[in-house]
Design a binder for this molecule. Structure first.
Ligand code: G1P
Length: 294
């Protein structure tokens, strides 16, 4: 019987240079959408999908992420004394079960593939999820993106990636699927990392949600070994491609809207979209937006 997806990796070692100076002393994953940091959306999505163990691949300067998922005794004490029940609840919402979070340092920024490889001993021999906090998916009232992927994994064994159609001129920012057949899911014969628009095999882009088999650590091992001599970046996309065709690759066309919160425009769009979903913010925000001479 196929193993359940119980573990998720959150690569959070990136520098976040696109959000400088905000990210000079603060991890980019702590940037808020309305009032919740990006990384908390990612973790809540994992929990919603039944993930029990969260593995963060961190780097220097990322301690705020660990602190965010821990008690803040002074704050909780003060909120309790002042009977701030709602605020207290919102602080406690992000506390995981003891022992269910692990933090691994990626000493060198050698790419997404290397970040995943850093978790190899904690993953062991079972399938696992990868969630990139930069990509936020909103699906009001419906299943989260990862929950939809975990459900799809019951029917499609192999590598699963969440996919969206992007503009032709945006292919150079994504892993792009070479689609063999398109039905309920996309079956891919190949995947290429950031091809130029002229070379892109399709407009189906990989966004930051993956379910991978432990076999992925074989090509990653080889790439890490090779990179020791070349100092090149290790791409997760290349490792997924190296497993083909034995481990098939499926693109999941999920329900929901994805915001690229690694870009300023995407981040602003997400803030507006999520605020409009909040009853107490929607009306004042709409009133303000109408005053803008757009
Ligand atoms: C990474 C992956 C890329 C994927 C993207 C999704 O790129 O390498 O294949 O399409 O995430 O967000 P990055 O955005 O880290 O450059």
């Amino acid at each position: 019987m196929k193993s359940r997806v119980r573990k998720a990796i959150f690569p959070v070692g990136g520098l976040g240079t696109r959000f400088l100076p905000a990210t000079k002393a603060m991890p980019k994953e702590m940037l808020p959408i309305v009032d919740k940091p990006l990384i908390q959306y990612a973790v809540e999505e994992a929990w919603d999908a039944g993930i029990e163990q969260c593995i963060f691949i961190t780097g220097r300067g990322k301690a705020a992420i660990e602190d965010h998922f821990d008690y803040s005794y002074e704050l909780q004490h003060t909120l309790t004394a002042r009977h701030k029940v709602e605020q207290l609840a919102s602080c406690q919402q992000s506390i995981p079960h003891a022992g269910s979070f692990a933090f691994v340092r990626q000493q060198d920024p050698l790419g997404l593939g290397h970040a995943i490889w850093c978790a190899r001993h904690l993953i062991g021999d079972e399938p696992f999820a990868v969630i990139l906090a930069d990509d936020v998916v909103m699906n009001p009232g419906g299943a989260s993106c990862m929950k939809q992927m975990v459900a799809a994994y019951e029917n499609y064994a192999g590598s699963l990636v969440a996919s969206v159609l992007v503009d032709q001129n945006a292919t150079s920012s994504y892993g792009i699927l070479d689609v063999e057949s398109e039905g309920e899911v996309l079956k891919a014969r190949h995947v290429v990392e950031k091809p130029s628009p002229e070379d892109a095999p399709s407009r189906w882009a990989v966004i930051g949600r993956y379910i991978l088999e432990p076999a992925i650590f074989d090509p990653l091992d080889r790439a890490v070994h090779h990179a020791q001599t070349t100092q090149g970046e290790i791409q997760l996309t290349d490792a997924i491609a190296a497993l083909l065709p034995e481990t098939p690759l499926y693109g999941i066309k999920f329900d929901g809207v994805r915001y690229d919160c690694g870009s300023k425009v995407g981040f602003l769009q997400a803030n507006i979209a999520f605020a409009l979903e909040r009853p107490e913010l929607a009306e004042p925000l709409k009133t303000f937006l109408k005053t803008l001479d757009l």
